[in-house]
Design a protein around this ligand. Structure first.
Ligand code: SF4
Ligand code: MSK
Length: 636
């Protein structure tokens, strides 16, 4: 089994034994069944864009070199990767639109289940978006902020960029992207244009196609920025909170409900209503009432804002059901495995879909709309309580594996912590420590889990290498989940792995912020849609130093990049100037033109570039060298 189960998570290893015993196939088994994976697809050389195909280009130069229509390897690869960026942008932006539409209704007083929880942030955003607030009620401001945000989905003037990009990136970067024609003017139109230009017989010039993809990736950035910022206004801006992570947070004496997916609109209400329904759960025999746990990025959202413990990250979502003690898994959108209902059927677990456009065969569907949020939350929780009464105690097997995690580091929370050292100029302690070398640079870990690697392992190896070299570490998404599960988001990890000067700085800030010790080794910045938080911090640093983002000693790393969203994120990371490491091989290597474009070509255009390295030890060392080079460039 050890060869088959590609994970470094001891809880996953333990539960895979249960799966073996019960003859239940998991993601790890299905991966094995797919081997060997298609070489054409892996290289990006398979085209299915029209029904004359599929066409495949022979990578060895012996078979066909052109598709039936005449598209060559470079066109095919560029179109495929560009469509992935568009899909990623669509996913994040749809999430953002959902939040913005909800906030618009909140502003009109139409959604009693929601309110504005961070009024200060609302007004800061209004100022950022140039919205006049004079004499307006708070709800009217909320309505106006949402309405202006929604213009980013509607603007038809190609000379006007999206509001959120202009408001959040340094002016120098916005100017550069504008000169390169890479700025999206409208999220929906950009995604739609990518689908149109990659239709058969349209854009066939690979560099042009790829640059169209970069516009899509920047539309993704715009969509995630607005999703994050408006979510903070509606649900609260995260601040540090101590919690736990890994499968041991599931409690055999409680009704366990996992929230899985990405969108906080329902999970927030479930957290509220669960408190009211605790006694019903106790009445059904659950001594400890209701225990909400998180999975994937909905998990990150409620973990950051409420300290809800994280059961696991993307790749091991099936494991929560294999404990035999999960009574319901309620899912919303994105990164939800269609296998869940089948595994739920082997136990008593209710797998509940909630979004009408995201259903799964075999799952119970309870339709969620913001207008019926409270009723939906009640129905979901009651379903879980009913399922609890059917739980078979003989099937319960919860590995007692969990770690303490200190999470909730929004950019505001980081600035607040820094303000304890310098109330007048909170960025100064961070800037000073970067300039004097106590902090050598900053690394953002973003991205997923993938069966192409050993789950969570590369994150840990790269992080330990960077920390030992005094690099400040940030994380989002399933990368953040990996660090939380493996004990790298607590103070002990700082003591154990941080280089001396980094440890001293983290201790100084942590003590000043009242944490009775250092900041955790890796700062949890949120779900994958929250990568924009790290950009907010980097932009503040760049503006403060009077440089562009590509000049900063800041890198990004996605050791297990997997989803189309991850491809979009990595691509905008490059476009805003960040050297961006990928630990999985992108499906583009069938074209030397596209591969070169993503590396040297991107560096020439944007200053950022893709750094592909599958060996985590080498990757960590390469990132350290990149940071040193950036410091030299700044003369520090
Ligand atoms: Fe083949 Fe061209 Fe159709 Fe692609 S678009 S499937 S390369 S004929
Ligand atoms: S869920 S996109 S596996 S980070 Fe945000 Fe995780 Fe990647 Fe999905």
């Amino acid at each position: 089994m050890s060869l088959r189960i590609k994970t470094s998570d001891p809880a996953v290893k333990a539960l895979c034994k249960v799966a073996d015993r019960e003859d239940i196939a998991t993601v790890f088994d299905r991966y094995q069944m797919q081997l060997p994976q298609c070489g054409f697809g892996s290289l990006g050389l398979c085209c299915r864009i029209c029904y004359k195909g599929p066409c495949r280009v022979d990578p060895f130069g012996e078979g066909p070199q052109l598709g039936i229509c005449g598209a060559d390897r470079h066109t095919i690869v560029a179109r495929n990767v560009t469509r992935m960026m568009a899909a990623g942008a669509a996913a994040h932006s749809e999430h953002g639109r959902h939040i913005a539409l909800a906030m618009q209704k909140v502003g009109k007083g139409l959604l009693p289940a929601y309110r504005i929880r961070d009024e200060d942030k609302l007004y800061r955003i209004a100022e950022l978006l140039d919205i006049d607030t004079l004499g307006k009620e708070m709800l009217e401001v909320a309505h106006d902020v949402a309405t202006k945000t929604l213009e980013d989905f509607q603007n038809q003037d190609h000379h006007k960029g999206c509001h959120w990009i202009s408001a959040t990136l340094p002016d120098k970067r916005v100017d550069l992207l504008s000169r390169l024609g890479a700025l999206p003017h409208n999220i929906d139109a950009t995604v739609s244009q990518i689908m149109a230009r990659t239709h058969i017989g349209c854009d066939a010039e690979p560099k042009n196609v790829f640059l169209g993809g970069i516009r899509g990736a920047l539309a993704d950035f715009n969509g995630m920025s607005l999703a994050t910022e408006l979510s903070d206004v509606m649900f609260g801006t995260p601040s540090p909170v101590v919690t736990e992570a890994n499968i041991g947070v599931i409690d055999k004496d409680a009704v366990n409900i996992a929230v899985n997916g990405h969108n906080p609109l329902l999970s927030e209400v479930i957290c509220d209503i669960a408190r009211d329904m605790n006694d019903i759960a106790k009445g059904a025999g659950a001594e400890k009432g209701i225990n909400i746990v998180g999975i994937c990025c909905t998990g990150n959202e409620v973990m950051m804002r409420h300290g809800v413990p994280l059961a696991t990250n993307y790749l091991s979502q099936e494991m929560a059901i294999l404990t035999g003690a999960l009574d319901a898994m309620v899912v919303d959108v994105q990164c939800i495995m269609p296998s869940l209902p089948q595994i739920g059927n082997c136990f008593h677990t209710e797998v509940i879909t909630t979004m009408d456009e995201n259903k799964m065969q075999g799952a119970r569907h309870i339709s969620f709309h913001e207008e019926n949020a409270v009723e939906t939350a009640r129905e979901v929780i009651q379903c879980a309580i009913n399922a609890y009464t059917r739980r078979d105690p003989n099937k319960v097997n919860i590995p007692n594996i969990k770690q303490t995690a200190v999470v909730g580091f929004s950019s505001e929370a980081i600035i607040t912590a820094l303000s304890k050292l310098d109330a007048v100029d909170p960025l100064k302690p961070l800037v000073d420590n970067i300039v004097n070398g106590n902090i050598q640079g900053v690394a953002l870990f973003a991205g997923c889990n993938s069966t192409q690697t050993v789950q969570d392992e590369s994150y840990q190896i790269i992080a330990r290498t960077l920390a030992a070299n005094n690099v400040l570490l940030l994380a989002t998404g399933c990368g953040a989940g990996a660090f939380a599960k493996h004990g790298l988001m607590n103070q002990q990890a700082t003591e154990q792995y941080a280089g001396d000067s980094l440890k001293a700085v983290l201790t100084q800030i942590g003590e000043a912020a009242g944490l009775n010790g250092p900041l955790p080794l890796v700062l949890h910045m949120g779900s994958c849609v929250d990568n924009s938080r790290a950009v907010t911090l980097a932009t503040a640093l760049a503006n403060r130093l009077g440089v562009d983002l590509c000049d900063l000693p800041v890198v990004a790393s996605a050791p297990e990049a997997m989803s189309e969203k991850a491809i979009a994120i990595a691509s905008w990371g490059v476009a805003i100037g960040l050297p961006t490491h990928l630990g999985t091989i992108p499906q583009v290597t069938g074209s030397d033109v596209v591969t070169e474009l993503m590396q040297e070509g991107a560096k020439d255009l944007f200053g950022g570039y893709f750094l592909v390295e599958t060996d985590p030890k080498i990757a960590g060392n390469k990132l350290v060298e990149v940071i040193k080079g950036k410091r030299q460039g700044l003369g520090i």
